[in-house]
Design a protein around this ligand. Structure first.
Ligand code: CXA
Ligand code: CA
Ligand code: ZN
Length: 453
């Protein structure tokens, strides 16, 4: 049961399961009602309002945290008996109605861009790449390493920016019969460190091919795909004014609403909207969109992944989708608390957990099934596994907490916090020829060789 919001006035009827008084109009409505009591023009007002982060004391279980996400806020950080959320005023009021106390955290910094331009990162963040800077850096790498790096435009974002897929492999222009691994970044606009992660991998794989043994072996025997920016429109919007917008979604308008954007990581076409793990309210942080894969960015990447099905076999064997923050290694499913069930055998679960825990041991993150945090539906890793049987992980990168910068850590952390994942990334590449080796079942699952077609 989830709280239902009646559209038009932000009047909210809270579910009995949350044991709340149902009679009084809630603070959210009062806060946005005009003094005359006329219907609030809340839509426009809300659009101009930046959300804030709050520490919320009390929620301690996955079920309590899932109930919290039903307010429309995002849960950014999970601790034993508290969480950090991003919420607008109305969502914060709903959380208070659940009986929790909120402590507002400092807003992200706001400063003129170091370059003196707008549409750029502010001082202290100058080493982050804008979309144009990332594109230039990528093009320079492709020009320098044409034998091992190639670039494809796989489609366009809502606002028409190119969505890129970079391929890294020896004999890069040939589609060889080699296990493929996919790295994606930046579904969520404010998670800028993930683009730096993708750029780090591109630089590392190209620059150290031929000198770093593990990298050389992987480029010789794998085909590595990097999609460095799934949400370029959201990312550019987040930095457009010199003041970080704490923006999460894409920038696609919603019919019949002034609220912009779909949460890309709730829009994938597997168990979409199934399980109270996303919102049907366009104003919410976790709005799932009007239908599965309604976001052009999700369509583009879904189509790309489907295109890697060659001769009836999905070539991509493993994947990491980079997010921030909390320092976690997550695996499917997110839509259910169950470890096994339809679509996930015990051996598959054990393989996910074994590889996930080993990667986490190398980067110091915490490994867990994603529904340990809260329920999600329509996330990319559930889709990659549920639809395509790709061993797909989500990495929540640095930092571990809002106090260390939350979504907006200074650029000085980029080298350390991207390199921190090098070993985990190489581990996943190395295991991609037979993930089941991680549970000692290579013979059972992988002996038939891997001939295609
Ligand atoms: C997440 C990612 C994938 C599956 C389940 C949960 C966490 C992610 C999210 O909610 O999409 N957290 S985040 N990056 O703060 O939004
Ligand atoms: Ca190759
Ligand atoms: Zn994210």
């Amino acid at each position: 049961m989830r709280p239902r919001r009646i559209r038009g006035g932000r009047t909210t009827v809270l579910a009995a399961a949350l044991s709340l008084a149902l009679a009084a109009p809630i603070a959210a409505t009062q806060a946005q009602a005009s003094p005359s009591g006329a219907p609030p023009s809340a839509r426009a007002a809300r659009t101009a309002e930046l959300p804030h982060q709050y520490e919320v004391s009390g929620p301690a279980t996955p079920a309590e945290r899932t109930a919290l996400t039903a307010t429309g806020a995002s849960v950014d950080e999970v601790h034993g008996r508290a969480v950090v959320i991003t919420a607008d005023r109305a969502q914060a009021a709903l959380v208070r109605q659940l009986g929790y106390s909120l402590r507002k955290l400092p807003d992200p910094p706001s400063a003129p861009a170091a370059s003196g331009r707008i549409k750029d990162f502010p001082a202290g963040y100058a080493n982050y790449h804008t979309y144009d800077e990332a594109t230039k850096e990528i093009d320079a790498l492709v020009a320098k390493y044409p034998a091992i790096l190639s670039k494809q435009v796989i489609g366009k974002s809502h606002e028409g920016r190119d969505i890129l897929a970079l391929k890294l492999s020896k004999n890069v222009t040939k589609d060889e019969n080699e296990p493929e691994v996919l790295f994606t970044a930046h579904q969520h606009a404010r998670e800028h460190l993930t683009v730096e992660m993708a750029l780090y991998l591109l630089n590392e794989f190209t620059g150290k091919y031929g000198s770093d043994d593990r990298i050389t072996k992987m480029l010789d025997s794998r085909e590595i795909w990097i999609i460095p920016d799934l949400n370029p429109d959201g990312g550019e919007y987040d930095i457009a004014t010199g003041k970080f917008q704490s923006w999460r979604k894409n920038r696609q308008p919603n019919a019949g609403s002034n609220e912009v954007g779909t949460d890309l990581n709730r829009n994938w076409d597997f168990k979409w909207g199934c399980c109270n793990g996303s919102s049907d309210d366009p104003g919410d942080e976790t709005y799932r969109g009007p239908s599965a894969a309604s976001a052009p960015e999700v369509q583009v990447v879904s189509k790309f992944v489907h295109s890697r099905n060659v001769g009836g076999k999905q070539q991509i064997k493993a994947a990491i989708d980079f997010h921030t923050y909390s320092e976690l290694v997550l695996w499917p499913f997110g839509f259910t608390n169950d470890e096994t069930g339809p679509g996930m055998t015990q051996d598959e679960h054990d393989t996910f957990a074994a590889i996930g825990k080993k990667m986490a041991a190398s980067n110091g993150y915490t490994p867990e099934q994603s529904s340990e945090l809260y329920i999600t539906d329509g996330a990319i890793d559930d889709w990659l596994w549920g639809d395509q049987k790709v061993f797909a992980y989500t990495f929540e990168m640095y930092p571990s907490s809002a106090g260390s910068g939350g979504f907006y850590p200074k650029d000085s952390v980029i080298p350390k916090e991207t390199a921190r994942n090098k070993d985990a990334v190489l581990q996943l590449l190395e295991t991609a020829d037979c993930p089941y080796r991680a549970i000692g079942k290579e013979q059972q699952y992988c002996k038939g060789g891997r001939t295609r077609g």
